[in-house]
Write a protein that binds this ligand. Structure first.
Ligand code: PLP
Length: 363
């Protein structure tokens, strides 16, 4: 990224000079790397400021274009707020929104989906991996059902890169988003995949202006961030096996110790999830107190985007956890650079803090 902040600072849209062309070349190389990472064509990638923007663009963009075909959109209660709020906004404009339930594992009932689909349904929005629990949704099965009713499928795959292979063809997604900062790239950069063939999907832009990104997302491109995202995507693909086996090993170690002796239990599906995330309930303990007791450990109660809000996690609530269980749950994740020593230290800090908070309760 560094040269594109300083020596090569030209605007990628300035095609009248060499520096501009070089910047555009760097953007196109990144586009290719990102397309390779999700198995699509480079011209099916639109650069955005991140998944929140991609989600808003995908949902409102499809709704606007296809509203003459129908006004019904389906999603699930465990989706990210960017999806739920985009849908809620459309509901205010007269669209019919169905927010479907999940079971205790965070998984959907596909019969409910089948019964909900109608000829009015234009879009089904489903995430690939949940950001709070790591639970994997059956995207392919959902896409097959949605397509058989003539609806398009948007997949929020923000949590997936580097933790599982993403293949837009296998997933059956018509639109799909990823975010740079979930794969060690810079924050504030993302990509939206928009299928151009079988079917050719159309959207209306959210941001209009100079006509960048084929007129679908105007605004001068953030060249250093795009270059960083492209490199991050390349590294994720190269390090896939090494990373995923490391994540599994570190998370198993973390969970094994934290869930022994009835200290805690894992929320959500144990089988169907990405290998880096865990969400653990420590009954009787307030997660907020646990977090403030251990300032050296980075953990959260809900999604990072909304952890300042005092409400219980909407994801855990949708899975049927009580308020008390939600307030006793923490989300932990391991990464490429997490060491065994760090896990042992984290476990030690957590176990001591949990035991002392429990002792306080019984006094
Ligand atoms: N969707 C999911 C599943 C996420 O985890 C996040 C962010 O954490 C987003 C969407 C929003 O992404 P961004 O931060 O790139 O706007």
């Amino acid at each position: 990224m560094m040269p594109y902040f300083s020596d090569q600072f030209a605007n990628a849209a300035s095609s009248t000079h060499l520096q501009g062309k070089q910047a555009a070349g760097a953007v196109e190389e990144s586009r290719l790397r990102i397309a390779n990472c999700i198995n699509c064509e480079p011209n099916e990638i639109i650069f955005t400021s991140g998944s929140t923007e991609s989600i808003n663009l995908a949902i409102s963009g499809v709704a606007e274009i296809y509203k003459s075909k129908g006004n019904h959109i389906i999603t699930w209660a465990t989706e990210h707020k960017a999806v739920l709020e985009s849908c809620a906004r459309l509901q205010e404009k007269g669209f019919e929104i169905s927010v479907l339930p999940v079971n205790r594992d965070g998984l959907p009932d596909l019969d409910i989906l089948k019964n909900c689909l109608s000829k009015e349904t234009i879009l089904v929005c489903v995430m690939m991996a949940n950001n709070e629990t790591g639970t994997l949704m059956p995207v392919r099965e959902i896409a097959d059902i949605a397509h058989s009713h003539g609806a398009l499928v948007f997949c929020d795959a923000t949590q997936a890169p580097g933790k599982m292979r993403i293949n837009v063809q296998d997933a059956g997604a018509d639109l799909l988003c990823i975010s740079s900062h979930k794969m060690y790239g810079p924050k504030g950069c993302g990509a939206l995949f928009l299928r151009r063939k079988n079917p050719r999907v159309k959207i209306t832009p959210l941001i209009v202006g100079g006509g960048h990104e084929n007129g679908l997302r105007s605004g001068t491109l953030n060249v250093p961030a795009i270059v960083g995202m492209g490199k991050a995507a390349l590294l994720c693909a190269e390090k896939y096996w090494e990373d995923t086996s490391h994540f599994s090993e570190m998370r198993t170690l973390l969970e094994q110790i934290l869930t022994t002796n009835g200290r805690g239990y894992v929320n959500g599906s144990i089988k169907n999830r990405v290998p880096n995330t865990t969400n653990i309930c420590f009954p009787g303990i307030k997660a907020s107190e646990l977090i403030s007791k251990i300032s050296t450990l980075s953990m959260a109660t809900g999604s990072a985007c909304s952890s300042a809000l005092p409400e219980p996690s909407h994801v855990l609530k949708a899975m049927g956890l009580s308020d008390a269980e939600c307030y006793s749950s923490v989300r932990l994740s391991v990464g490429r650079f997490t060491t065994r020593e760090e896990i042992m230290l984290a476990v030690d800090l957590l176990a001591k803090a949990i035991d002392s908070l429990r002792k306080k309760l019984t006094l």
